[in-house]
Design a protein around this ligand. Structure first.
Ligand code: GLP
Length: 264
């Protein structure tokens, strides 16, 4: 894992957006894996601004989202489809037919999940996958104990996750769907490059477990230690409990890719 500690959430957002913009420029047909959640909002906002100021072309880009709630209509304000339209899709020149998110209201959610997995494979796989981190260490909606070989599928949501995500459901965890469709841990591990973004003091303990703890399905994001090309962008608040922060800081300064972003 390439771990990069930056001074603030703002700096993390700026560097992440810059990184994605550079990848889109380098590969105009990029298959971009998208994440949702509060962490990603500022990143999409900055990416949209870069798209405007640098005439970034998304017309050849395809996106594949990590997850969607089962039972929520795509055009409902609570869907991740709506989130993506609001924060990214409606603000850049991406083609609607190139944006892939499982439908939460498909008649057969398992078949929908399998079709989504085939779509990823059929289009050549994901080039860059953006990831946020759940407070319980999940990636996508791969809750604790998910198999590291899992593929896109229907999963139950942990009570903790339903509490964390209640904000979009009137603040009541009971209103949060009980199941979701998520890319599997195995699907995520096959992406060519992954960028995990973690900010805030409330994620410090779980980040230390993800990065420095033993690999275990109890914390599904620890699977990323097995990813051959995974970057982890964090702010000082989230990095507060890393035991190896001195070594991590020294490594980033010399990393052939990241030293350019740190100096920029
Ligand atoms: C949800 C999503 C995850 C996301 C997580 C973090 O549970 N399914 O993909 O990473 O939230 O959210 P936040 O950035 O709001 O902390």
């Amino acid at each position: 894992m390439n771990i990069i500690i930056l001074p603030s959430q703002e700096k993390v957002e700026a560097v992440a957006a810059r990184f994605v913009a550079d990848r889109v420029k380098a590969e105009p047909q990029l298959n971009l894996g998208c994440a949702t959640g509060r962490t990603m909002e500022g990143i999409y906002d900055r990416l949209v601004r870069l798209a405007g100021s640098e005439s970034l072309d998304f017309s050849g880009v395809s996106t594949f989202n990590l997850d969607e709630y089962v039972g929520v209509e795509p055009d409902s304000e609570q869907s991740y489809r709506h989130y993506m339209e609001k924060f990214l899709f409606s603000r850049v020149n991406i083609r609607p037919e190139n944006t892939f998110i499982p439908s939460g209201t498909a008649a057969d959610p398992e078949a929908e999940a399998a079709a989504f997995e085939r779509e990823i494979t059929g289009r050549g796989g994901i080039g860059l996958q953006l990831l946020g981190l759940g407070n319980n260490g999940h990636i996508g909606f791969n809750e604790p104990l998910s198999s590291f070989a899992s593929r896109t599928r229907v999963v139950p949501l942990a009570p903790h996750t339903r509490e964390q995500n209640a904000g979009n459901f009137g603040g009541n965890p009971d209103n949060v769907p009980t199941t979701a469709i998520t890319m599997g841990v195995g699907t995520i591990l096959e992406t060519r490059e992954a960028l995990l973004i973690v900010t805030g003091a409330h994620k410090a303990e779980i980040l230390a477990r993800v990065v420095e703890g033993p690999i275990a399905s109890r914390v599904t994001a620890t699977a990323l230690q097995l990813h051959p090309n995974c970057h982890v962008l964090v702010d000082e608040d989230a990095a507060a409990q890393l035991e190896m922060s001195g070594f991590i800081r020294g490594s980033a300064v010399h990393h052939p890719l990241w030293k350019n972003y740190l100096n920029g």
